[in-house]
Write a protein that binds this ligand. Structure first.
Ligand SMILES: Nc1ncnc2c1ncn2[C@@H]1O[C@H](COP(=O)(O)OP(=O)(O)OP(=O)(O)O)[C@@H](O)[C@H]1O
Ligand SMILES: [Mg+2]
Length: 330
């Protein structure tokens, strides 16, 4: 006899939320997040992401629908469900005049964790967040990135099985963001299911295995990251060329070639097409390529198509180098 499938870390069914002012923030959202998953919730401003997270973390009252956390009904057994869940809200919300160690130990106290145990966990979490040397410093003196890591360390104090982060890296520079990715990967690798919302699509593409795109209160797309990306059939590249481009641009069958400016070629081509064909055509026309890059992040492209909101995408184009003897690395 086959064993029953383990319950979803998060299961949301036909969730609806109408705020008092009449705004329908969620119009029947259903999604499942598998245990152990790293799941991204993407969507433009006002899509309903924070409302969804707010309901799951009991900060916002739903209008209707069902939420289960590891099969525990949030409505029927709120406290039990909440003990399974850790939340990192978007805004930094600890007391800047407390020390990191106290912030963590006091937080654990709210959850009934005895002080001695809390001290042990706090050291562990601060070390893993690379904040142990800041344990006794005033929190206000921490850098922005350290404050973000402290928020994550605090959420981990209760050993949640599901960690939810609402735009954890909003407004932090790329270096700090990469550091936080490492932290989150480590937490996920140790068995914690992670759901995050982000405006940085590069972040979702780097970290997450599955995603849902939410727009105007509805899921417009959901599934494995790879499957969604592979559905994108067109890819765009920008080639920086050495000399001025000729008036007659080379013809590359199957691809669209335009001059973006005198030294930049803009090429759209089917994903399946070999990039070397473009290089061969350019080479034959005597055009020497100095460098090339993806016109946009692929996920960004998908996102724009699904939501029609180019303004919501905040990902810088990825840098790439011309292909070596083995063809493009992309
Ligand atoms: N407390 C509230 N009262 C009334 N309307 C609200 C409230 N909170 C959010 N809304 C509205 O609900 C909709 C969804 O907002 P929500 O904050 O969930 O979006 P979001 O996807 O998190 O956006 P962002 O990316 O900007 O954080 C928006 O139209 C918003 O104005
Ligand atoms: Mg939000």
């Amino acid at each position: 006899m086959s064993e029953a499938a383990p319950p979803a870390a998060l299961s949301v069914r036909d969730l609806r939320k109408t705020y008092d002012n009449g705004v329908e923030a969620l119009k029947g959202v259903s999604l499942d997040v598998a245990p152990g998953d790293f799941y991204a919730l993407l969507g433009p401003n006002g899509a309903g992401k924070s409302t969804l997270i707010g309901i799951v973390s009991s900060l916002v009252n739903k209008t209707s629908g069902e939420v289960r956390v590891f099969d525990v009904d949030l409505h029927a057994e709120r406290d039990r469900a909440m003990r399974l869940l850790g939340l990192v809200p978007q805004e930094i919300n600890f007391n800047m005049f407390e020390k990191p160690l106290d912030i963590l130990v006091n937080y654990a106290g709210f959850y009934g964790i005895p002080r001695a145990e809390a001290m042990v966990r706090a050291e562990e979490e601060l070390r893993s967040a690379q904040l142990w040397d800041k344990a006794e410093k005033m929190s206000r003196t921490l850098s922005g990135g350290m404050k973000r890591r402290l928020m994550i360390a605090r959420a981990m104090m209760t050993r949640p099985k599901l960690l939810i982060l609402d735009e954890p890296t909003a407004g932090v520079d790329i270096e700090i963001r990469r550091g936080m990715w490492q932290t989150l990967r480590r937490i996920n690798a140790s068995g914690t299911t992670i759901i995050l919302t982000t405006h940085y699509l590069e972040e979702a593409e780097n970290l997450c295995r599955n995603l849902a795109i939410i727009d105007h209160g509805r899921i417009v797309e959901a599934g494995p990251m790879r499957a969604l990306l592979s559905r994108l059939d067109v890819e765009g590249f920008l080639f920086d060329v050495e000399d001025d481009l000729p008036a007659m641009l080379p013809d590359v069958p199957g691809a669209q070639v335009r001059a973006a400016d005198a030294h930049t070629l803009d090429v759209d081509m089917p994903r399946a097409m070999d990039l070397n064909r473009v290089f061969a055509a350019l080479d034959a026309a005597g055009i020497r390529v100095r460098s090339m890059r993806n016109k946009s992040n692929r996920l960004e492209e998908l996102f724009v198509r699904m939501t029609g909101d180019p303004g919501a995408a905040a990902t810088p184009a990825r840098a790439a180098t011309p292909p070596g003897p083995n063809g493009p690395a992309a």
